[in-house]
Design a protein around this ligand. Structure first.
Ligand code: F0G
Length: 460
């Protein structure tokens, strides 16, 4: 095989036992869970790829930081350590901790958006879209067209369609666009990166029309690594300098630290240099999150986060991390299994529509494959497709998604090469019996964000 697994740049100091149930037990558990993987108990899962968010393994340095955490209510040492790290990495004057990514959105977005306004992104993550809407505004995606075809191998499928962005701004009227958001990497399109050139073009448009630019920075280090690999101008630039350059184009950022900052809980807001906005952020933060110097986190969390920010930028780590995904992708290439290609930074998004062509969108191919992966090998994944999208709020009709993906999201520093082989072998085994895999129907659903709670039933 052409792609070799990159050896782990760490050794293992502590382990957590996982058990695999047998096939009959798994069949029983998934039935009890109403064929919804969110309803499974974690202990009934062998390899948990539901998300890469907050599921990372911290380092011995981070655990040492946990012991050093300063729990002072105001002005803790751990807060100042985090602020120093944030300023150093992002080059922003103002860094505000919060308890996770959606908290950053909840604090910042109502200050920039209100009823009648629009926010435009390459692609909004679901909670980000929800917070735009909770602020009274509407969210619009403007991702490049090639992102919508899993078989097109383009280097920066996460990019904003700049022409479409400008058209949209003109259609809506620049005074009605409250915010542009660049999601790096672009999670919903498959963990696909955004180029510096695209950041520059979007920043220039935002400047031209006087619209603030926010980065949704959950996977900023993975994005920087892809830039180094794929954007000629930056092939000899350090990850740290690429990161600084990326953030230099925006005015603010919101960040879930549960991804690239390799912690189990945490988030950040960054403001380049706007004291007036900071005053309002602090006021919201105190109401929703806690006093400004802890922002909803324990001192020990602040300490682990300030260390994790640097560890996530380490080039040996990133090479190994992206290497794991490339190894899995190469195994699927050999087996002729399609996925959003090239493979993304935090997960592999299997093209369930291609693997299960007999299952139409309204019988949820991405969910059917997710259930099958649990049956086959105790692997938990999730649907990123029509099942997740839900119903039209006006007509109640099932919406049809652009993609039907099953996402294998990879926690950082948790699984080894042998686990990756289990994932590939399971997908190959399912491919062999693909035509016998059945679709699903929803038998009960809550009014919003139904995929977390819905009950399903296999079709005959
Ligand atoms: N933005 C992006 C791009 C995300 O992927 C997420 C979370 C958030 C914001 C919200 O952050 O969870 O800390 O509140 N994504 C997770 C996922 C949940 O599984 O992709 P949060």
């Amino acid at each position: 095989m052409a792609v070799k697994y990159i050896p782990e740049p760490f050794r293992i100091k502590m382990v957590e036992t996982i058990k695999i149930l047998n096939r009959e037990e798994r069949e029983e558990k998934i039935k009890e869970a109403k064929y919804n993987l969110f309803n499974l108990k974690g202990e009934d899962v062998y390899i948990d790829l539901l998300t890469d968010s907050g599921t990372n393994a911290m380092s011995s340095e981070q655990w040492a930081g946990v012991m050093r955490g300063d729990e002072a209510y105001a002005g803790a040492k751990s807060y100042y350590n985090l602020i120093e790290a944030g300023k150093d990495i992002f080059g922003y004057e103002i860094i505000q901790p919060v308890h996770q990514g959606r908290a950053a959105e909840k604090v910042l977005f109502p200050l920039l958006l209100n009823k009648g306004k629009y926010a435009i992104s390459n692609m909004f993550f679901d909670t980000t879209r929800a917070h735009v809407e909770l602020a009274g505004a509407r969210a619009i995606d403007c991702v490049v067209e090639e992102a919508k075809d899993p078989s097109i191998r383009a280097p920066f499928k996460g990019n904003m369609d700049v022409e479409k962005l400008e058209e949209t701004i003109n259609e809506l009227g620049k005074e009605n666009v409250g915010l542009v958001v660049m999601t790096i990497t672009n999670n919903s399109a498959g963990g696909q990166p955004v180029s510096i050139q695209n950041m520059r073009d979007v920043a220039a448009l935002c400047k031209k029309y006087g619209i603030p630019l926010n980065i949704d920075a959950a996977r900023f280090s993975e994005n920087a690594y892809f830039i180094k690999q794929r954007e000629e101008e930056f092939k000899n630039t350090s990850i740290k300098d690429i990161t600084k350059e990326m953030f230099s184009y925006a005015d603010t950022f919101t960040m879930s630290a549960k991804k690239d900052a390799i912690v189990n809980m945490g988030g950040l807001i960054g403001i380049k240099d706007n004291e007036e906005l900071y005053l309002k952020v602090k006021a919201n933060c105190i109401s929703f999150e806690g006093f400004t110097t802890y922002g909803g986190l324990a001192g020990r969390d602040l300490e682990a986060l300030s260390i994790g920010l640097y560890e996530g930028q380490d080039e040996d780590f990133l090479k190994y991390r992206i290497g794991q995904l490339e190894y899995l992708a190469a195994r699927l290439d050999e087996a002729g299994i399609a996925y959003q290609s090239p493979v993304g930074g935090h997960g592999l998004f299997v093209d369930a529509k291609a693997l299960l062509p007999h299952i139409p969108y309204n019988e949820f191919p991405g969910q059917a494959l997710a259930v099958e992966l649990y049956r086959e090998a105790g692997i938990r994944t999730c649907d990123i497709g029509s099942y997740m999208l839900g119903n039209d709020p006006d007509t109640g009709e099932q919406l049809k998604a652009d993609f039907e993906f099953t996402r294998l999201a990879i926690p950082r520093r948790v699984y080894t090469q042998a686990h990756f082989d289990v994932m590939a072998d399971a997908l190959i085994a399912i491919k062999e019996r693909a035509s016998s895999v059945k679709g699903y129907r929803v038998v009960w659903e809550p009014p919003i964000l139904r995929h977390f709670q819905a009950h399903l039933e296999p079709l005959k």
